[in-house]
Design a binder for this molecule. Structure first.
Ligand SMILES: NC(=O)c1ccc[n+]([C@@H]2O[C@H](COP(=O)([O-])OP(=O)(O)OC[C@H]3O[C@@H](n4cnc5c(N)ncnc54)[C@H](O)[C@@H]3O)[C@@H](O)[C@H]2O)c1
Length: 384
């Protein structure tokens, strides 16, 4: 079996690649990544709080352990013609597609960020669908989408497809649950979903799309094996997700900055739990011609204020006294109340209690507090 992890040098891709290598020792695990994330981070003068090696060296370090001898990497831009050549040569059985620019603020900062995100994400995804069709139509594409694609108001969120009702009539054909985005990054994710739906219905490909909730956490059992295998951990306003930023602010004993009212609701998933369940998709029994959707979320009920409270309580128990502060919201959101909706979600393999997860993060991040510059955790620029 050959498994490709595109974006395997990234925050989710690296721990995913290591766990795949360990759990499937007879498979060949190939990372493809063109180092774009590292260049973007360097350009904005921030860095991962955890020290990380170059992709080449971290793969060498992994290969030195008996569990990861089957891991290799290729420097390929997924949005270039090189992808098709690679697919023609390797014809993988499974292709995890994570090689995208994952930042709403970056995509909204200026026209260059918007165009870069559009081209990188959508061209890459489209080239992948065509390459699989042409060279390895048996390949299972597992694509990281985003929970932020959904229109989440008071309606319950279906897992993928549903039969809508309007003015007393009900559709007999399932259609995708409504999507809506207010930033270019999430618009690219929605367009990716459309391309993949087309690739299943028109070309009979096998696609599983993961509607991934915001991930938080630093490491997994495999990345924490030794410092040379550490995962990246960003806490800046472009690439740091909310819990990761709060933990970094807590370590610096700074107020946790809550954008706007803090009543915005968000789904969350601990990195270890997300990786566990992403790896198990190798054995998923899915069908050709089916655009399977998985709502990948374990914590469904938190608003930002509540997340801040959990971080404050965990930090308190660890001996760090901090408070939260409400500031201007760099996003244009009209949020008065915490929205109440339920989320259908049938696939999360394990769920770590959020307090345990955040305490683990605080303990590990504290070891690297000298690497966290207060500049990194400053509130981001307004987008509108
Ligand atoms: N982190 C989250 O909370 C989260 C939540 C929902 C969805 N996602 C999705 O998961 C995926 C991975 O996210 P992440 O947080 O690990 O991001 P990341 O930026 O850390 O990792 C993405 C990796 O892809 C690589 N890459 C980007 N464009 C590439 C290209 N054209 N060719 C080759 N490599 C390329 C980057 O260098 C990077 O190593 C993304 O699709 C993102 O939208 C992430």
């Amino acid at each position: 079996m050959k498994i490709v992890v595109a974006g395997g040098d990234g925050y989710i891709g690296w721990p995913l690649s290591l766990k795949l290598a360990k759990n499937y020792p007879n498979a060949k695990i190939i990372i493809i990544d063109n180092g774009l994330k590292r260049r973007l981070i360097e350009k904005q003068s921030t860095e991962s709080i955890t020290p990380i090696l170059s992709l080449e060296n971290r793969v060498k370090e992994a290969n030195a352990e008996v569990s990861f001898k089957n891991l290799s990497f290729r420097d390929i831009d997924v949005s270039s013609e090189e992808l098709a050549k690679f697919m023609a040569l390797e014809r993988p059985n499974i292709f995890y597609h994570l090689a995208q620019i994952p930042s709403a603020p970056y995509s909204m900062a200026n026209v260059n960020g918007a165009v870069h995100t559009l081209v990188n994400n959508e061209v890459g995804n489209t080239r992948l669908a065509w390459a699989v069709r042409k060279y390895c139509p048996e390949c299972h594409i597992i694509k990281l989408g985003s929970f932020g694609e959904y229109f989440a108001d008071e309606l319950d969120v279906a897992e993928g497809y549903f039969c809508p009702e309007y003015k007393g009539k009900k559709s007999t054909v399932p259609v995708p649950y409504p999507r809506r985005a207010d930033d270019v990054y999430h618009i690219t994710k929605i367009n990716d979903s459309n391309i993949l739906a087309m690739a299943t219905s028109q070309w009979n490909l096998k696609v599983t799309e993961i509607m991934q909730a915001t991930i938080f956490g630093i490491g997994t059992e495999e990345t924490l094996l030794k410092e040379s295998l550490y995962n990246r951990f960003d806490c800046d306003s472009n690439f740091g997700t909310v819990v990761n930023r709060f933990v970094a602010q807590a370590i610096l004993k700074k107020e946790l900055t809550i954008y706007g009212t803090g009543k915005q609701r968000t789904g969350l998933m601990y990195l270890r739990d997300a990786i566990e369940s992403l790896v198990s998709l190798v054995d998923l029994d899915s069908k050709f011609g089916e655009h399977k959707i998985i709502n990948h979320v374990s914590e469904k009920d938190f608003c930002i204020n509540e997340i801040a409270d959990v971080v404050i309580n965990c930090a308190n128990k660890y001996g760090i006294k901090i408070v939260a502060k409400h500031g201007d919201n760099p996003r244009s959101e009209n949020v008065l109340e915490k929205k109440k909706y339920s989320i259908e979600s049938s696939y999360a393999k394990s769920i770590t209690p959020i307090e345990t997860a955040i305490t683990e993060m605080i303990q590990l991040a504290d070891r690297y507090k000298d690497r966290i510059s207060p500049e990194f955790v400053r509130v981001g620029k307004t987008w509108f």
